[in-house]
Write a protein that binds this ligand. Structure first.
Ligand SMILES: O=P(O)(O)OC[C@H]1O[C@](O)(CO)[C@@H](O)[C@@H]1O
Length: 494
């Protein structure tokens, strides 16, 4: 039998393709077909989201719920946010409850998310694979407090639902297990947008039929990736280009540049699939999926792996960091354009439509990068000698251009799956494990040491100990000046 436990450092299968497989497909983990379980949860989401959207699911005081706050971080936040934002303008007429995303543990984020919301008409979706992530759980407890303070403890059953692999902790938290939507160990956090993590919030917003199209788009790319010869296989070709740029040409970064505002959250999502880490010993910049310092067998890599991803929608980026891309360091770029705008505008008397104006830039930028401008060309334009070095463009700067027919749920699913598989292709060639993320653990455990110190200093006046000189000085200073709310004087939630 095929070994699907390719995430060998966590003894986990990697099966996010099963999340979008057709009902009749057989995909096994540990000898068990997981597709029926996937569809059981999808069917449950369909039913629940229809109840909420139709107003049949009412809150503790009998009112329909009109706002959704999704609480989650990392993969339990960025993927759904990217898809939600991508479809927002296309499907504005379907958008039922409003959609807020609470990720940061910063209380400012809580305050901003619930500003103007009424607990009576709000549904909170707590999204956490582990249900232990410190930020998410504190935010969830904060919103539970917000709801119960206004409506009483029983209101949690009507106003809070959860998405998790850890249904025991969901129940312990006080959420009715009937209102929990499961997913599985074989879904990595950053590959979870096609599970209940993304499907529940998106179904609540746009309806289940839209989400089905999104899943179908991703599934079509899964089939393409599985069966298309390498020379025509989009994720394979893109992955090879990335490996070439990083490991052979030594370019450490990649700019993701969608020429549509609808994809403004795409680069942040791909960044999470490749979160930068810093290895002081080798000044190695690394990433959550692919920026590993060692091979899958634990041997230190003799080459650089992973890219530093960043990006902004065009044309905004053109007015900030493109200067460096054109004349400074070489940054391979992914240009993503769309043929048919979600929002066509053509003003009378204008030379082109607004979308054509945007797309003029999409076509121009890769050419500028590739071909540049020579000193000879500048001379023939009578540019003065002293400005020639400043106005010269070296060219020979790599980019790829993806042109989507439109940006609907189906195409967004395709785009997501292309990038997911591309990450895997790169990881396979580099011989690393693209599916673990041990590099995030050290910071988490040090934060827990700080948390204990803050508690003992605040409650017992204990002095700071056990930290290095710099952190001791900073912590002492922090404890000296910050006014904190005491337990008997709780922080108000607006
Ligand atoms: O869904 P959880 O368990 O709350 O985890 C959130 C995120 O934290 C990480 O484990 C590390 O940042 C991500 O991989 C994950 O998406």
């Amino acid at each position: 039998m095929l070994n699907t436990q390719i995430n060998s450092t966590e003894n986990r299968s990697v099966l996010h393709v099963a999340l979008r497989a057709p009902r009749d497909k057989v995909i096994c983990s540990d000898g068990k077909n997981v597709v029926p379980e996937v569809w059981k949860v999808l069917d449950k989401i369909k039913e629940f989201s229809e109840l909420v959207r139709s107003g049949s699911w009412v809150g503790a005081t009998g009112k329909a719920l009109k706002d959704v706050v999704a609480v989650g971080i990392g993969g339990s936040f960025l993927g759904p946010l990217f898809v939600h934002t991508a479809l927002q303008t296309d499907l504005i007429f379907l958008l039922k409850p409003s959609y807020e995303n609470l990720a940061n543990v910063d209380p400012i984020d809580v305050a901003r998310n619930i500003a103007g919301l009424d607990p009576e008409t709000t549904l909170v979706v707590v999204v956490s694979k582990t249900f232990t992530t410190a930020e998410t759980m504190l935010n969830a407890r904060t919103l539970r407090e917000w709801i119960t303070a206004a409506l009483g403890p029983k209101a949690v059953a009507k106003h809070m639902v959860a998405v998790s692999t850890n249904l025991t902790l969901v129940e312990k938290f006080g959420i009715d297990p009937n209102n929990a939507f499961a997913f599985w160990d074989w879904v990595g956090g950053r590959y979870s947008v096609c599970s209940a993590v993304g499907v529940l919030p998106l179904s609540l917003q746009y309806g289940f039929s839209v989400v089905e199209k999104f899943l179908k788009g991703a599934s079509i790319i899964d089939q393409h990736f599985y069966s298309t010869p390498f020379e025509k296989n989009i994720p394979v070709l893109l992955g090879l280009l990335s490996v070439w740029n990083v490991s052979f040409l030594g370019y450490p970064a990649r700019a993701i540049l969608p020429y549509t505002q609808a994809l403004e959250k795409f680069a942040p999502h791909i960044q999470q699939a490749s979160m930068p880490l810093y290895f002081p010993s080798r000044l190695r910049v690394s990433m959550e999926s692919n920026g590993k310092g060692v091979s899958i067998d634990g041997v230190r890599l003799p080459f650089e792996a992973g890219e530093i991803d960043f990006g902004e929608p065009g044309t905004n980026g053109q007015h900030s960091f493109y200067q460096l891309i054109h004349q400074g360091r070489v940054i391979p770029c992914d240009f993503i354009g769309v043929v048919k705008s979600q929002q066509p505008v053509y003003l009378k008397g204008e030379v082109v439509s607004n979308h054509d104006e945007l797309m003029s830039n999409f076509f121009a930028q890769p050419d500028a990068l590739a071909y540049g401008k020579t000193a000879e060309q500048l001379l023939s334009e009578n540019v003065s000698q002293n400005l020639i070095p400043h106005k010269t463009f070296t060219g020979n700067r790599p980019s790829i251009s993806l042109l989507l027919p439109s940006l609907n749920a189906y195409n967004v699913g395709q785009l997501l799956a292309i990038y997911e598989h591309r990450v895997a292709v790169e990881g396979f060639i580099w011989g690393i494990n693209s599916f673990d993320q041990w590099g995030v653990e050290l910071g988490k455990s040090l934060a827990s040491q700080v948390r204990k110190q803050l508690n003992s200093s605040r409650t017992k006046g204990e002095s700071v100990k056990g930290f290095n000189f710099s952190t001791t000085a900073l912590l002492s200073r922090y404890l000296e000046v910050l006014e904190i709310p005491l337990p008997d004087k709780p922080l108000s939630l607006l």
